[in-house]
Design a binder for this molecule. Structure first.
Ligand code: CAA
Ligand code: NAD
Length: 297
C-alpha cells in the first residue's frame, strides 16, 4: 500500500481519535491543531483512551510506547506537506474547510490524498478550491465517535474521484482496523441520513412533552437495545456539531425532519454543547459518570 504517513487536521473529539487509531495501526501520524494548548487537550484524551486499553490488556506497555512514538503534534500546515493522506477533522463549517484545503493544496505533494471527515457537508463543495488534479484524489472518510472503538468508516466517492485512489482508501480503512462502507457524496451519507432525523425527533418529542429526558433516553436504550439514548448520544456527539449538521442537511433537503428544533438552537446559543462543555441535556460537572438531567423549560 502506498499510504504510510498520515496527516490529521484537528485534534478535537474526532481528530484525536483518528490520530490515535492511525498510530495504533502502525502509521507514522502527524496531527495539526490551532495552538499548543488545544493540542495538549487532544493528546490528554489520547492518553485517557490508551490508558483504558492498557487497563483492559488490549495493548501492552511496549505497544503503548510504540504508538506514542509514531504520533507527533504540530501547529503549522507545513509539517503535513509530505504526508500520503491528510484527514481533515476541523469544525463543520464549509468556508473554514474550503480555505484550509486551498492552503494545503498549494503546500502538499501532487499525489497526497485529501480526505474530509465531514458529517454532512458535500465533499464536492468542500473540494472546489483545489486543483483539477487533486479533485481526483479527494474523498470523504467519515469516522464514528468514539473513533478508537467504533468499527465503521464511510468511504465517500465524488463523481470526480479516481477509481484507484478510492480503492487505495478502502484498503487503508481496513488497515486501520475499520470496516469500510462504500457510499457516494449525498449529504449525510448513510449513517447521518438515518441517525440525524431520529436525534432531532427526540428533541421535538421532549419539546412536546412526550416524555422527560431520562424517560426518552431509557425508552430507546432499554426498549430498543440502543447503547445510548438520543440525549446521551447528542451530548456525546456535541450539540454544536449536531446543530451545524442539522442546518446543513435542512438546507440541502428542505425537509422538516432535518430542521433543527428551537430547543437545540437555544441550547447551542447558551453554550450547552454537551459533554465537551460540561452541560447539555445532562449536567456532567458534579459527577461525569452519573450526570443529572438539566431543567430546560
Ligand atoms: N477509548 C478506549 N476505550 C474506551 C473509550 C475510548 N475512547 N470509551 C469507552 N471505552 C471503553 C470503556 O473503558 C469500557 O471498557 P470495559 O467494557 O472494559 O469496561 C467500554 O469501552 C465500554 O464503555 P462504557 O462502559 O463507559 O460505556 P458503554 O458500554 O456505553 O460503551 C460506547 C461506550 C462504545 C461509546 C457505547 O455507548 C456506544 O456504542 N454508544 C453509541 C455511540 C455512537 O452511536 N456513535 C456514533 C455517533 S454518530 C457519529 O459519530 C457520526 C457523526 O457524524 C455525528
Ligand atoms: P471538535 O470541535 O471537537 O474539534 C474540532 C477541532 O478542530 C478543534 O479542536 C479546533 O481547534 C480544530 N481546528 C479548527 N480549525 C482548525 C484548523 N484550521 N487547523 C487545525 N485545527 C483546526 O469537533 P469534532 O466533533 O471533532 O468534529 C470535527 C469534524 O468531524 C466535523 O466536520 C464533524 O462534523 C465531524 N464529525 C463529528 C462527529 C462527532 O460525533 N462529533 C462524528 C463524525 C464526524
Amino acid at each position: 500500500m502506498e499510504i504510510k504517513k498520515i496527516g490529521v487536521l484537528g485534534c478535537g473529539l474526532m481528530g484525536s481519535g483518528i490520530a490515535q487509531t492511525a498510530a495504533t495501526a502502525g502509521f507514522e501520524t502527524i496531527v495539526c491543531e490551532v495552538s499548543d494548548e488545544v493540542l495538549g487537550k487532544g493528546f490528554a484524551e489520547i492518553e485517557k483512551s490508551l490508558a483504558k486499553f492498557a487497563e483492559k490488556g488490549t495493548i501492552t506497555a511496549e505497544h503503548g510506547k510504540e504508538i506514542r512514538g509514531r504520533l507527533r503534534g504540530v501547529t503549522t500546515f507545513h509539517e503535513l506537506a509530505d504526508c500520503n493522506i491528510i484527514i481533515e477533522a476541523i469544525i463543520e463549517n464549509l468556508d473554514v474547510k474550503r480555505e484550509t484545503f486551498k492552503q494545503l493544496d498549494q503546500l502538499c505533494k501532487p499525489n497526497t490524498i485529501f480526505a474530509s471527515n465531514t458529517s454532512s457537508l458535500s465533499i464536492t463543495e468542500i473540494m472546489t478550491p483545489v486543483s483539477a488534479q487533486r479533485k481526483g484524489r479527494f474523498v470523504g472518510l467519515h469516522f464514528f465517535n468514539p473513533v478508537p472503538l467504533m468499527k465503521l468508516v464511510e468511504v465517500v466517492r465524488t463523481i470526480l474521484t479516481d477509481e484507484e485512489v478510492y480503492e487505495e482508501v478502502v484498503k487503508f480503512s481496513a488497515a486501520l482496523g475499520k470496516v469500510p462502507a462504500r457510499t457516494s457524496d449525498k449529504t449525510g451519507f448513510i449513517v447521518n441520513r438515518l441517525l440525524v432525523p431520529y436525534m432531532l425527533d427526540a428533541i421535538r418529542a421532549l419539546e412536546e412533552g412526550v416524555g422527560s429526558i431520562v424517560d426518552i433516553d431509557n425508552a430507546m436504550k432499554l426498549g430498543c437495545g440502543y447503547p445510548m439514548g438520543p440525549f446521551t448520544l447528542g451530548d456525546f456527539v456535541g450539540l454544536d456539531t449536531t446543530y451545524y449538521i442539522a442546518e446543513i442537511m435542512f438546507n440541502e433537503f428542505r425537509e422538516k425532519r432535518f430542521a433543527p428544533p428551537s430547543l437545540l438552537k437555544r441550547m447551542v446559543l447558551a453554550g450547552l454543547y454537551g459533554r465537551k462543555t460540561g452541560r447539555g441535556f445532562y449536567d456532567y460537572t458534579a459527577d461525569p459518570k452519573n450526570p443529572t438531567p438539566m431543567n430546560l423549560q
